[in-house]
Design a protein around this ligand. Sequence first.
Ligand code: SAH
Length: 214
Amino acid sequence: MESYQAERERMVNQQIAGKGVSDEKVLEAMRKVPRHVFLPEEARAQAYLDSPVRIGSGQTISQPYIVALMTELLDVHPDHRVLDVGTGSGYQAAILGELAEEVHSIERHPELAVSASERLESLGYAHIHVHVGDGTQGYLAAAPFDRIIVAAAAPDVPEPLLEQLAENGRLVIPVGTRFSQQLEVWDRVGDDYKQRKTISVVFVPLIGKSGWES
Ligand code: SAH
């Protein structure tokens, strides 16, 4: 365990702070959450490397730097309610759980949702709720959200996600083709939305009614 802590410290210093993420609360969360616990047993040695890792069902847990950067862009406050689209392993949800009052996370693969939910519960994250469903439609039962983060690539910004943003809400989402996207930040200002594009990224496809067909 102690060596994992040291590896995490190194991950934050070299791969995250070292590449320009400076929000101290985000760095603290990345130091704290045990990333190896979110990986299949046989992949745990890769937990603190500077790369994405396969988690089963054809899906991947994002590179630590991308998780940190997206979380920094999201600008989560302690009183926020957050929607996390694409639960996968639950790692991003745990990072959000360190920063927000309540997290709803939605995943289309039931088996990933079940194992992420069990993992988050065993780590004590009682304020993170995992749901099975099509996250391109948001999660109406708990809307509106102060923040929404999407960890899969959309062809266009799904309209329901914009609609489920609270006043002054923010959405961070990769938008583009199936092979390359740009990370977009959308801010709700009254009934208007302001959009800006940031870095190029590569995510697995967002599959659903307002995403890719398959
Ligand atoms: N955030 C995750 C990594 C996500 S990988 C982590 O920290 O481990 C992207 C995930 O989005 C995959 O698990 C994939 O099944 C899921 N996904 C794709 N389309 C989706 C949709 N429409 N609704 C919910 N989840 C979706």
